[in-house]
Design a protein around this ligand. Sequence first.
Ligand code: CA
Length: 209
Amino acid sequence: MQEGQSQDRGKGVWWSQMRCWSVAAISITLLSICFIVSCVVTYNFTYGKNDQKLSQLHTYHSSLTCSSEGTRVTVWGCCPSTWKPFDSSCYFISTKKENWAKHEQNCVGMGGHLVVINTEAEQNFIIHHLNESFPYFLGLTDPQGKNKWQWIDQTPYKENVRFWHDREPNLSAEQCVSIVFWAPGKWGWNDVLCHLKMNSICEMKKIYI
Ligand code: CA
């Protein structure tokens, strides 16, 4: 009789242990499933977007050059291999002699726009890559000819980021802008007729992966 009772007690303990282990195993399985699902969702959200951007970029550019950026987390900033990287943008110097509208169309066709100069550092970087013998179109226009200058990407035309040559802009008919080197040794902006044919500079945002 006593032996039977102790056997029953033993079975009871065994069952309650089994229940605990089962609950633990089911919980761990559910947590693992949640973790895997969240990883997959995050991966698709983060990398799916970049893959999309990269494949779009590959429709215009066959090869990209990426460099590691960021101090705490390593990210890769990529530019088309024929473009020059600076800060968060890539720049392409076009030496085709075209008018302003054609250059803008070409830049857009490559996934960018005519260059927008946001800082003196950016202008200093750009002029480093230009030929002093030629002017280059910028993404700055005065569509009404009323001295109301507008950047192509709607960046505000700031007082402290203007690099006009002396006595420029000078003519209301000149509704586009070039950056040009004028003696005695200075790069600066000049308003010009939009139908003139000259070089240009395209800019696009880096792709981060
Ligand atoms: Ca002028």
